[in-house]
Design a binder for this molecule. Structure first.
Ligand code: ADP
Ligand code: MN
Ligand code: MN
Ligand code: MN
Ligand code: MN
Length: 356
């Protein structure tokens, strides 16, 4: 049966009245940096996160728990309108907790949240630039010539026209889905390597940054699934003269955003320079393949900063330097980061550690 016929049949069922019930799709982060989800029926529409029941899943099937004690608990922390099911149906982001009341080993949100709560007065904001690469069902870079390479990098960044841009339909669908779900998506662009794209989320305060980025990644995987396209967050999906993929992390505090804020930005960069190695540890696996000092990156072995310098670890945007306040950009994080780990250590370094 052709796909178009299946879609027509499915539509009959999608139009059926749900009789007051809603579907809540619970989304969580597994042990491999991927998202997983499963759905359940709730009897009525949800207004606040406290109305959402806790749930659980088989952690032995996701490498998150041993088989003899396999229940991992899902604790809802945020919910979003579901762009796939629409109506009152929702996507629920959940933290993973173990049976003994401790956070699951991959629940990095819990610690980050504590840091942000302790530094609430500083009103720290983040903006993440998520880069990613598209692959087809046979694991070739999407749209690339079979068994060959496209012309060298140059025409693809923000490219327009056949042969310069790939999969605009997937990217557009994801953009719209994010807006529908209330994600603070601030833009998209085609990247330097063909079939590599970027979306930006932010500015978002504190723990919301990680929440929204994870949900935006979930939406991307779901949308791409419908098009039969695979999403890779690997920081260097292709060896050679092809750009890697990062997740530039833009940061500001209340003090940095006020006139005279440059003093606080410089102070933060000074603190960052002293913890380079500790940050790099949390800035994504395989990031050494990307941070080579080439392809718009700084070398991983040393720390640097500069105004408008895209070859530095930290960049102060030209407009920020001109006005004397605003935000700075950490260019080191890889595309496959856990945003809770990265925003968490950023908060700790800039604003101070807390007692646990
Ligand atoms: P680039 O020039 O590095 O490609 P982008 O336009 O892709 O920059 O991304 C800039 C990011 O900075 C966006 O995610 C935006 O939300 C974020 N941003 C803007 N202002 C602030 C701020 N005051 N604090 C933190 N992030 C910010
Ligand atoms: Mn079962
Ligand atoms: Mn960008
Ligand atoms: Mn980019
Ligand atoms: Mn950037």
């Amino acid at each position: 049966m052709a796909n178009i016929e299946k879609t027509a049949i499915l539509q009959k069922y999608l139009d059926l009245d749900q009789r007051g019930a809603i579907i809540a799709e619970y989304v969580w982060i597994d042990g491999t940096g991927n998202v997983r989800s499963k759905g359940r029926t709730l009897r009525k529409a949800i207004r606040t996160v406290d109305e959402l029941p806790e749930w659980n899943f088989d952690g032995s099937s996701t490498n998150q728990a041993p088989g003899h004690d396999s229940d991992v608990y899902l604790k809802p922390v945020a919910f979003y309108p579901d762009p796939f099911r629409k109506g009152d149906n929702i996507l629920v982001l959940a933290e993973c907790w173990n049976n003994d009341g401790t956070p699951n080993k991959f629940n990095h949100r819990h610690e980050a949240h504590k840091l942000f709560e302790a530094h609430k007065d500083a009103d720290i904001w983040f903006g993440l630039e998520q880069e990613y690469t598209l692959f087809d069902e046979f694991d070739n870079v999407y749209g690339w010539p079979k068994g060959g390479f496209p012309a060298p990098q140059g025409p693809y960044y923000c490219g327009v026209g056949a042969g310069k841009v790939y999969a605009r339909d997937v990217i557009e669908a994801h953009y719209r889905a994010c807006l529908y779900s209330g994600i603070t998506i601030s833009g998209i662009n085609a990247e330097v390597m063909p079939s590599q794209w970027e979306f930006q989320v932010g500015p978002c305060p504190g723990v919301n940054m990680g929440d929204e980025l994870w949900m935006a990644r979930y939406l991307l995987s779901r949308v791409a699934e419908e098009f039969g396209v695979k999403i890779s967050l690997h920081p260097k999906p292709l060896k050679g003269d092809w750009n890697g993929a990062g997740c530039h992390t833009n940061v500001s505090t209340k003090d940095m955003r006020k006139p005279g804020g440059m003093k606080y930005i410089e102070d933060a960069i000074e603190k960052l320079s002293k913890r380079h190695a500790e940050h790099i540890k949390l800035y994504g696996a395989d990031n050494e393949q990307r941070l080579t000092g080439r392809h718009e990156t700084a070398s991983m072995s040393n720390f640097s900063s500069g105004v408008a310098n895209r070859g530095a670890s930290i960049r102060i945007p030209r407009s920020v330097a001109k006005e004397g306040y605003g935000y700075f950009e950490d260019r080191r994080p890889a595309s496959n980061i856990d945003p809770y780990l990265v925003t968490g250590i950023m908060c700790e370094t800039v604003l101070g550690a807390i007692d646990n």
